[in-house]
Design a protein around this ligand. Structure first.
Ligand code: ASP
Length: 449
């Protein structure tokens, strides 16, 4: 496979987003510089907050959340603050740059001490990205563009079209190298607002869309996606190419390299996303793009998640009872539980829900269904895991489902839920959590090994 940037038109700008692990210390910053120098089209840089240097450390963004809580409650925040401050100063010193960071840190510390009312949690946690972008722009002598006044959310927390136009205008000059902090923007009232966690990926995608880039590079600490979680399948192969639709299914089911909301802005303009490794920049990584990959492979990947519950309802002549499904789902909605899947039989209905939101309301939902729907039988199964086997290749190959189920049967795995969407690019099965890892390994062996 050819490196994607080598086939782009010469003046096409690339958005390069660097995640926390690519910014953990001065050594990582130097790697970023080396990567940017490797291709003059890498003109738009988005950064996360510095990540962990050691897996035992607490993530800097989490520390900022803790600092805000402590300060708000008038408690001593000096210890986590010392760590955060120390990390930024250590990076600037390691890079031997003149920086305004000390003053910025002092100002933030003072506002925290004053516990001023307009100091919001979103503002405090966004400082991880803000300060990191400041240092990066100083280090690269690049133009710093703050996301706060430009990226705006509407009342539904969606990025407005106006923001995209404003971003395009702010970055209209193709010459400079720009550095923009990820993870935040502002609401309609002009208050700073963050995206959901991991949201710097979304900032990068929005920039790629606004500036009509053909490529969005997402630099992290792995060389792309693997066909299965390497903690479960040790020798899992890497995925060279995956379509937007496939990645959406895999990400929903637990494969998490990229924030799932970063797909839509790229998909809207057919922008390819390249997941790359800052520590191994010559690895090609994974490309996420519009067209299905070659269908010579039956499956593209397997992903899964634990902690699901299933409500099984049986009632004879259910199919004739108008509004049955709507009423059952209405009961869940009343208790703020959304459903994930609902495979149905003629006289039975299964509703799969996330256990975390379901557990606290389980008894009351059970009682209400019983009272309002008068089923012949109702049962709740907990400790379920969902596994998605994904690939465009499945559409054109007969017998894929048969192969999958016989591989599971050979391992004595009882399949509790089966769901194959009409798109045929995904077969979801539900198994008991104890069989989760064994099932993924069995499917992998059947289709990949
Ligand atoms: N620093 C933020 C977080 O930890 C955003 C990001 O890294 O993308 O969620």
């Amino acid at each position: 496979m050819q490196a994607l940037f080598s086939i782009l038109p010469p003046m096409t700008r690339i958005v390069s987003k660097f995640g926390g692990s690519s910014l953990a210390d001065a050594i990582q910053f130097r790697k970023v510089r080396y990567i940017l120098e490797g291709n003059p089209n890498r003109k738009i840089v988005v950064v996360s907050a510095p990540g962990k240097k050691d897996p035992k450390e607490t993530k800097l963004t989490d520390l900022l959340y803790a600092i805000y809580d402590l300060a708000k409650n008038g408690l001593d925040f000096s210890e986590p603050w010392k760590f955060v401050k120390g990390r930024f100063i250590e990076i600037t010193e390691g890079l031997s740059i003149k920086s305004t960071i000390r003053e910025e840190l002092e100002e933030l510390e003072k506002s925290l001490q004053k516990q001023s009312d307009d100091l919001s949690v979103d503002f405090v946690v966004s400082r991880g990205e803000y300060l990191c972008a400041k240092i990066m722009s100083e280090y690269l002598s690049a133009k710093f563009i703050d996301a706060y006044p430009i990226i705006q959310f509407d009342s539904q927390h969606r990025v407005t079209q106006e923001s995209l136009d404003n971003l395009a205008a702010a970055l209209a000059d193709p010459e400079p190298l720009y550095v923009i902090p990820g993870f935040y923007g502002s609401d309609m009232q002009g208050k700073l607002k963050t995206f959901t966690r991991g949201g710097s990926d979304i900032t990068g995608a929005i920039l790629a869309n606004a500036c009509d880039c053909l490529l969005y590079e997402n630099w992290t600490d792995v060389s792309g996606l693997l066909m299965a979680d390497p903690r479960i399948v040790q020798e899992a192969h890497s995925i060279n190419y995956v379509s937007y639709r496939e990645i959406r299914e895999l990400a929903y089911s637990g494969a998490n390299v990229l924030h799932d909301e970063s797909i839509a802005p790229c998909r809207a303009k057919n922008i390819s996303i390249n997941i790359k490794n800052t520590n191994n920049p010559s690895d090609l990584g994974t490309i996420i793009g519009p067209t299905p990959a070659s269908v010579s492979k039956t499956i593209t990947g397997i992903a899964g998640r634990k902690e699901f519950s299933m409500v099984y309802i049986e009632k004879s002549m259910m199919n004739k009872e108008k509004g049955f499904g709507r009423k059952v789902l209405g009961i869940l909605e009343d208790h703020d539980v959304s459903y994930e899947l609902s495979p149905c039989g003629i006289d039975s209905m299964n509703i799969v829900v996330d256990s975390k939101s379901f557990h606290r309301v389980q008894p009351i939902v059970f009682a209400e269904i019983q009272q309002k729907m008068q089923p012949n039988k109702i049962k709740i199964f907990n400790n379920l895991a969902l596994i998605a086997t994904v690939g465009h290749g499945m559409v054109s190959q007969t017998g894929t489902a048969a192969r999958l189920f016989s591989a599971l049967a050979k391992e004595n795995i009882n399949v509790r839920i089966i769901d194959q969407g009409s798109s045929e690019i995904n077969i979801i099965i539900g198994v008991s959590e104890v069989d989760f890892e064994k099932a993924i390994r069995a499917i992998y062996r059947e289709f990949v090994d």
